[in-house]
Design a protein around this ligand. Structure first.
Ligand code: AMP
Ligand code: ZN
Length: 112
């Protein structure tokens, strides 16, 4: 049993504000939103980060992006940013692959 925070959320051991779930993908609102709409989409199976994506587990990433596209449409988002911080210097604080979806405000580029 992984004691990873997001694995615990997937198992329901830690509560979350769930948006979507299927057999492989889980989506929930970020607890500390950085935009008017801010949710996370993750694989149910533990992958540490983008650096842990391999030919063997990559299919779930396509599923995740399909879910992101569908949820954005359902929520009426016509402009949004998808971010996956990878490694501590890039700002990754939870070592379970996750894609932030941020929307509802002007975004700057490049990101800080
Ligand atoms: P990162 O810093 O890129 O690894 O993103 C991790 C994200 O997880 C941050 O935006 C946190 O606010 C969010 N987060 C941490 N704990 C929880 C939680 N229990 N429920 C929802 N989001 C969380
Ligand atoms: Zn995990």
């Amino acid at each position: 049993m992984s004691d990873c925070l997001f694995c615990k959320i997937v198992r329901g051991e830690i509560p979350s504000n769930k948006l979507y779930e299927d057999d492989a993908v889980y989506a929930f609102y970020d607890i500390d939103p950085q935009a008017p709409t801010h949710f996370l989409v993750i694989p149910k199976s533990h992958i540490a980060s983008v650096a842990g994506i391999t030919p063997e587990n990559a299919a779930v990433v396509a599923r995740i992006f399909t879910v992101i596209s569908d949820l954005a449409k359902q929520l009426g988002l016509d402009s949004y940013r998808v971010v996956s911080n990878t490694g501590v210097q890039a700002g990754q604080s939870v070592p379970h692959l996750h894609f932030h979806v941020l929307s509802g405000r002007d975004m700057t580029w490049p990101p800080g």
